[in-house]
Design a protein around this ligand. Structure first.
Ligand SMILES: C[S@@+](CC[C@H](N)C(=O)[O-])C[C@H]1O[C@@H](n2cnc3c(N)ncnc32)[C@H](O)[C@@H]1O
Length: 220
């Protein structure tokens, strides 16, 4: 099936951001942390973690809790998402280790310190996927730890619909629609391989980790 881009890159609509922030992502987001740990068993601390496209900072907070010796910048272009993220930081008591910044990719220089880059579900939002890979090359220090997770586009619309029913039936309609659009907008492992080749990042590994998720990981 041909890729169908998301209706908008940024998730700056209040109801959309709220539904996303209130959804129960415990399972996939804990999995993100578990996979990061499995991939980088030696990782303990960093003062320079960057969560690109952090949204309402759910993964940012889970990562900070999982790795107490870290400081993290969560960056997103959507103000509405970041407001919800700030609430989450207050509730979790992690404001002293997490800073949220509003900025939009592509980033062209290393204005933000970064030796560990995490990102979940950002890539499929980008009209031009090179925006992510070029940003990573531009902002991360050499040798940085890189861990990116995203959806993987299914073969056809029917499979996408079935996935929505299987994994999001209990979620509000707006979220089911979001999930469906995200599945159609996601990139395939083969497409990501081409992107990495263009960005000079062919040494990164691409791995399918479920019927709908993949990870890209390695060092810069
Ligand atoms: C599906 S959400 C993922 C949020 C979070 N990473 C998570 O897993 O819960 C994608 C986020 O990427 C942000 N985003 C999309 N394009 C962006 C861009 N060009 N620059 C900055 N943020 C962007 C959106 O605003 C949205 O908050």
């Amino acid at each position: 099936m041909e890729r169908r881009p998301e209706p908008a890159e940024l998730m700056n609509d209040f109801s959309q951001a709220l539904a996303y922030s209130e959804a129960d992502f415990a399972e996939p987001h804990d999995r993100f942390i578990a996979l990061f740990r499995e991939t980088f068993p030696e990782f303990r601390k960093s003062e320079k973690v960057m969560d690109l496209g952090c949204g309402p900072a759910d993964i940012t907070v889970r990562f900070a809790k999982a790795f107490p010796q870290t400081r993290i910048i969560g960056l997103d272009g959507a103000e509405e998402m970041l407001k919800l993220g700030e609430n989450r930081l207050q509730t979790s008591g992690l404001s002293h280790r997490i800073t949220l910044i509003q900025d939009t990719l592509p980033l062209h220089d290393s204005s933000y310190p970064c030796d560990t880059l995490i990102s979940n579900s950002l890539l499929h939002h980008l009209l031009d996927p090179m925006t992510l890979w070029e940003t990573i090359v531009n902002i991360c220090e050499k040798g940085s730890t890189l861990f990116i997770m995203d959806l993987m586009r299914p073969d056809d619309e029917l499979t996408a619909r079935q996935m929505v029913t299987q994994y999001a039936a209990k979620e509000p309609e707006i979220l089911q629609q979001d999930f469906y659009h995200s599945l159609l907008a996601a990139y395939t492992p083969a497409e990501i391989e081409v992107q990495l080749d263009k960005a000079g990042l062919t040494h990164l590994q691409i791995e399918a980790v479920s019927d709908r998720h993949l990870i890209v990981h390695g060092h810069l």
